[in-house]
Design a protein around this ligand. Structure first.
Ligand SMILES: [Zn+2]
Length: 441
């Protein structure tokens, strides 16, 4: 065996909802080779998981990794003002180096908190890929497509998107999706070209849909239809489509999404922080939609921690329906693992069983806030935090050990990110947004 994870409580997320006490996992050639009480023989790497819970690596199905550079720079504003006044003017100054630095920081943050795969949409896709590959992290990347500035812009971005698709076709860790930004920033023609591109390359589509009520109202005013109805009317919806947010969907729209097999990435913390609303995901699940979880970018969250996201997701359904059973802990954990894998079209992830890809996180339960270990699933959703993760495997490789990232130098990554953030904000004339950034050496 390459790696043996020894003697932990394994929350398999397999169909039988099995929780295996004092079990071991053998990993070979990037796959889970064995799940058994005892695994004989030698291993290059042994992780002692006694007192720990072993779970499939968490899957972050919507983020903008490089936006870690924007963390804390603009809070407490509604989405459209926040975007137009604070984010876009700074993003206009983005250079490849900024995206690389921000993405490295995001990978460090995600990996050390048990996230093994992320679905990203951002500019300079190559830089995000470079960061993910250096971190040894699995990534699904899309280049944002939009044509608000006209046809020429759409054509140029499509060209870049196709370049990305070609370049990462053979990569082990990086996959490329097609990323039309949103129905309100893409013309019908661009949406259809994006769809055609995804079909031609046999890949997925990552798109923001119905994040705010304002967006839906504008659509109804301008097109006489709600966004999902519009996407259906142009033949855009299919099982390839992963919609980020999907906060405001009518019953009819939920039926359409379910019938077409499109998926939804639910981002509860970002939705709350930007005041976007509450996605009725308990209804979506009932309607048969595959719902997964995402953190969104660090500018609107402000952390990339799926433990917080699972808790927020469960609490938000409970409080909005005044029903404590509206979304149980098990379901929240399913959204962050199995469903994340399905949403990204990679069913070999998100589960611990022989033959599955060895993307695994180990969570230490010997902490005051996780004692006594009455119910591991309850603890994972309601009590654990990203910092409780001690070991992480991606593709069978140990990338985090005893809480320390083995692939990236944490201090160096943090210093680099600070330097690039300051440079970026200063170049946009917004140096005042990060007044204390350089105080931390
Ligand atoms: Zn987003």
């Amino acid at each position: 065996m390459d790696v043996i994870i020894k003697g932990g409580t394994v929350v398999t997320m397999d169909r039988g909802r099995e929780i295996l006490k004092n079990f071991s996992i053998g990993v070979e050639d990037g796959r889970i080779a064995e799940v058994a009480e005892k695994i004989p023989g030698e291993a290059d790497f042994v992780i002692d998981a006694r007192g720990k819970v072993v779970i499939p690596g968490l899957i972050n199905t919507h983020t903008h990794a490089a936006m870690t550079l924007f963390r804390g720079s603009a809070d407490d504003l509604p989405l459209h003002r926040w975007l137009q006044e604070e984010i876009w003017p700074v993003e206009a100054k983005l250079k490849p180096q900024h995206v690389y630095a921000g993405s490295l920081l995001a990978c460090l943050e995600m990996l050390t908190s048990g996230i093994t795969c992320f679905n990203d949409m951002y500019f300079y896709l190559d830089e995000v890929a470079r960061a993910a590959e250096e971190a040894g992290m699995r990534a699904v990347l899309s280049y944002p497509l939009l044509d608000v500035a006209g046809e020429e812009q759409g054509r140029e971005l499509l060209r870049l998107a196709e370049e990305g698709l070609r370049r990462f076709g053979g990569s082990e860790l990086v996959r490329v999706f097609v990323g039309p930004h949103a129905p309100y920033t893409c013309s019908e023609e661009l949406l259809l070209r994006a769809k055609e591109l995804a079909e031609r390359y046999g890949t997925g589509i990552h798109i923001h849909v119905s994040e705010t009520e304002e967006e839906v109202e504008r659509f109804v005013r301008e097109k006489g239809m709600r966004p999902v109805e519009y996407l259906e009317s142009i033949g855009f919806l299919s099982e390839r489509v992963l919609m980020a947010h999907g906060v405001h969907l009518s019953r009819r729209e939920q039926e359409l999404v379910s019938a077409r097999g499109a998926k939804i990435s639910h981002n509860p913390v970002s939705n709350m922080k930007l005041g976007a609303g509450i996605a009725p995901v308990a209804d979506y699940i009932k309607a048969g939609i595959t719902v997964a979880l995402g953190t969104d970018g660090a500018a609107s969250n402000n952390v990339l921690d799926l433990f917080q996201e699972m808790k927020a997701c469960a609490l938000l359904q409970k409080v909005s329906r005044q029903d404590a059973a509206a979304l149980p802990a098990w379901e929240a954990l399913r959204l962050a693992t199995v469903n994340g894998a399905l949403a990204l079209g990679m069913p070999e992830l998100g589960v611990i069983r022989p033959g599955a890809v060895a993307d695994i996180a180990v969570v230490d339960m010997r902490r005051p806030h996780l004692t006594p270990l009455s119910n591991p699933v309850s603890h994972l959703v309601y009590a654990a935090r990203g910092e409780d993760v001690t070991d992480v495997l991606v593709n069978g490789r140990v990338v985090v050990q005893d809480g320390r990232c083995r692939t990236l130098d944490a201090e160096e990554v943090e210093r680099f990110a600070v330097r690039e953030a300051v440079e970026l904000f200063e170049s946009a004339g917004r140096g005042d947004r990060l007044p204390l950034a350089e105080e931390v050496p």
